[in-house]
Design a protein. Structure first.
Length: 237
């Protein structure tokens, strides 16, 4: 199986598969496939795994593609594609909307995050969970920054920028300084604290920040203009 990550700020990944090789991924990210590539819906990991994935906002079924032929996947926002290799039994936790596809031997599940992390961190209670062996491909909005933490080394991450981390790492919630800093600092009230050893991947742009920036420049729809005009008339009266 061959992979090629193409592009700069709007990356995609092209996959060339030999006879019998397979991958599976989220249907919303599939770009194209060769006519020789067999496509079918699959419940990876069984009913319960699919149900937990559905709770995260992902799909119950994924698309399985089997070679020979080529296909390609891409994210739905400007950003980078990252390839993460997992050894036999290695596990990865990832933001549930970042998954593009994985090799057929990788198990795809969902993991219940620590309750405080899910509530105060601004992310869902469930994280996508992948178990090796095999390669997993994720998409991060903006640029993707990989970190390698040594034993006992820690990093505080604003929750919206956390893309993925090795499942064996310890993580929890940490206050963003004192009360004044929490209220006036312009960041969230809490950070996700992650302790090594292990790998962490960060995305430079959070989805919430991207949505907020785009909404400021979106044209006002007719209904919005009518409401604004009505408000102006009432003010003049």
């Amino acid at each position: 199986m061959q992979y090629s990550i193409l592009g700069d700020d709007l990356q995609l990944v092209k996959v060339i598969m030999d006879e019998g090789e397979s991958i599976y991924g989220e249907g919303g990210h599939l770009l194209y496939k060769s006519p020789t590539v067999n496509l079918q819906a699959r419940d990876v990991g069984g009913f319960m795994a699919g149900l937990k994935r559905a709770v995260t906002g992902a799909t119950f079924f994924v698309l399985q593609l089997t070679g020979p032929g080529e296909t390609a996947f891409a994210g739905s926002t400007p950003g980078k594609v990252v390839q993460i290799s997992l050894g036999n039994g290695d596990q990865l936790l990832a933001e549930h909307g970042s998954f593009l596809f994985a090799e057929g031997g990788v198990r795809y599940d969902a993991s219940l995050a620590k309750l405080t992390a899910g509530i105060f961190g601004g992310e869902g209670l469930f994280l996508a969970k992948f178990t090796g062996p095999g390669n997993v491909f994720l998409h991060g909005t903006g640029n993707v920054l990989p970190l390698q933490l040594g034993d006992g080394e820690e990093v505080d991450v604003e929750a919206g920028h956390l893309l993925a981390f090795d499942a064996g790492m310890q993580y929890g919630i940490k206050r963003a300084g004192g009360l004044k800093t929490m209220l006036l600092g312009g960041e969230g009230l809490f950070f996700v604290n992650i302790r090594g050893p292990g790998r962490v991947w960060l995305r430079s742009v959070s989805l919430a920040a991207l949505a907020s920036a785009l909404s400021r420049d979106m044209p006002c729809p007719p209904s919005c203009r009518r409401e604004a005009e009505a408000g102006q008339r009432e003010f003049r009266v």
